[in-house]
Design a protein around this ligand. Sequence first.
Ligand code: MN
Ligand code: MN
Length: 422
Amino acid sequence: MANDDNAVKFTRRDFLEASSGALAIAGVGPVASAAAAAQEKAAKTDANYSDRAKSDPGPTNSVLDAQNPSGFNPPSTDAGGVQTFKYPFSFGHKRLHSGGWSREVTQRELAVSKTMAGVDMRLTAGGIRELHWHTAAEWAFMLYGNARITGLDNDGKSFVQDVHENDLWYFPTGIPHSIQGLGPDGAEFLLVFDDGNFSEYATVLLSDWMAHTPKDVLAKNFGVPESALANLPKEELFIFQSALPGPLEADLKVSAGARGLSPIDFGFRTSQMPVTKKTKGGEVRIVDSNNFKISKTISAAIVTVHPGGIRELHWHQNADEWQYYFAGKGRMTVFATGARARTMDFQTGDVGYVQQTLPHYIENTGDTDLKFLEMFKAPVYQDLSLSEWLTHTPPQLVMAHMNIDKATLDKIPRDEIVIMPE
Ligand code: MN
Ligand code: MN
């Protein structure tokens, strides 16, 4: 502990932190992380933590440094080791085909993202993501253009729908489906899967299956001569260029057949739902199994934060959060317990991740709207905000923790605002 001369310079907060450090050294709490954090804190409060100390005269990637100011020069509240929670789609391998491309961010790319993975996919007009299914459920967000999706429900009834920018779809595990780009310029969309190890390149593909089944078996199975199957693809198609499909009505009629169409709506039109919460700081739409019935394993918040606004301090009780930033720029601090916290910056096209229950905020650091998706492997969306917690707890209890007066506590919003300012 400090001698008396030094102690007078300490704030009350410093004293409390020093005390908890002493407890940790005595074997109460995480000794190693507390000791490391104390060391880091000592360095930061030292007079040497100046512009001179922060300078970086050696080699560096100045372009990435400029995009990541919170890494280059972290806020003094950051401390300790927190697993990396950002991965840009720009770093992904782009798999190019004649009808489009795809790139993915899975647990292989972003180690912390155990519960969900994402794919960014482009299809040209007429380009087809071939008929397939997979072990994970698929939630999708249309980023650009127009596409036609098809599926088959558990009763063998057909589903066909045209989707446009901001529309969603969801296909449960094992439900076969396809996506085709429409005019005038195809589509780009984000796919989110409820498994961090999911890979878009390990799915059951119609072409791949046929290429690995003996021709005489296929002939017997379909009741057609083997010669009629001579031109089946010899390897998987995955994404391929085709002609544009005809009118939707015609596709609906022929795929319905005598059974009729599926009563299940695998699509969701976000633009037709009311905003869930709107403030001066921005707006949010919550889409989960309450309003998008079929989406039983994935829930989402679609968030816009205006310049100067902040997605308030909060946490999610029921699931990890997988994020996709699709406009603007911002920064997020994840407080990872044990005196550890890390701030990272995000740009359009980045994936972010927050482990279940860890507190975080997202601040718009640009001069345009910041837009991102919060995705959860959970049937319903859940969160709690710091403000609603503090204002629904006995005031004396809260004031005793925070050293704030009643007037300050009274100013803290009593409802969950989601995006400040109110
Ligand atoms: Mn799929
Ligand atoms: Mn969140």
